[in-house]
Design a protein around this ligand. Structure first.
Ligand code: AMP
Length: 188
């Protein structure tokens, strides 16, 4: 199974990615997690990525693309993988197409979690306040949503036009959302 999981920041992508990946026995590849691990390890990649992440902006495509190409080429990703948080720009879609061609594999589906945007921003602001997360200022939260709308939301149409899109209602508890995702994927 080769899947992409899409959805706005805060939609619970990371949690669902782990559930889906475990179900199919494939790695969940989260570009955000890889960047965060590099930031924590103060690697050159982490140092480069951090300033973009702190501002709620995307890390440049060249950096992200090279990282994903290496990751999906690893042995554990041969039987399949789930991409969480990639692709996020049209240039990344193109590059992913090339990578998949080079590895002679195809995507099975693109799962898009749909959420009530206003409700989501309210929840994120509340969480940032309660947890006192330094990276989650109101300005950065709003900026992340804006960047998603501008750069990533258009990708949904691209995959829909290819007949690969599976839209799933992402509101509600984790199990309900997982159940909806699996019932959609089972019908492929
Ligand atoms: P995430 O945990 O997926 O929300 O990612 C956290 C941050 O990492 C994002 O706000 C971006 O700064 C960066 N990032 C993650 N994935 C990508 C990507 N595909 N392209 C560019 N930047 C990314």
């Amino acid at each position: 199974m080769r899947l992409i999981l899409m959805g706005p920041p805060g939609a619970g992508k990371g949690t669902q990615a782990k559930v889906i990946a475990a179900h199919y026995g494939i790695p969940a590849i989260s570009t955000g997690d890889i960047f965060r691990a590099n930031v924590a390890g103060k690697t050159p990649l982490g140092i480069e990525a951090q300033r973009y992440m702190d501002a709620g902006e995307y890390v440049p495509d060249e950096v992200t693309n090279a990282m994903v190409r290496d990751r999906i080429g690893l042995e554990d990703a041969k039987p399949g993988f789930l991409l969480d948080g990639y692709p996020r720009t049209l240039a990344q879609v193109k590059e992913l197409d090339t990578m998949l061609d080079d590895y002679a594999v195809e995507l099975d589906s693109v799962v898009s979690l749909t959420v009530d945007r206003d409700e989501l921003v309210g929840l994120l602001l509340q969480r940032a306040q309660v947890e006192g997360r330094a990276d989650d200022t109101e300005e950065v939260i709003r900026r992340r949503q804006e960047v998603y709308e501008e750069q990533t939301a258009p990708l949904i149409k691209v995959y829909d036009d290819r007949g690969m899109l599976l839209e799933v209602d992402g509101m509600g508890d984790v199990e309900s959302v997982s159940r909806r995702i699996f019932s959609g994927l089972d019908q492929l």
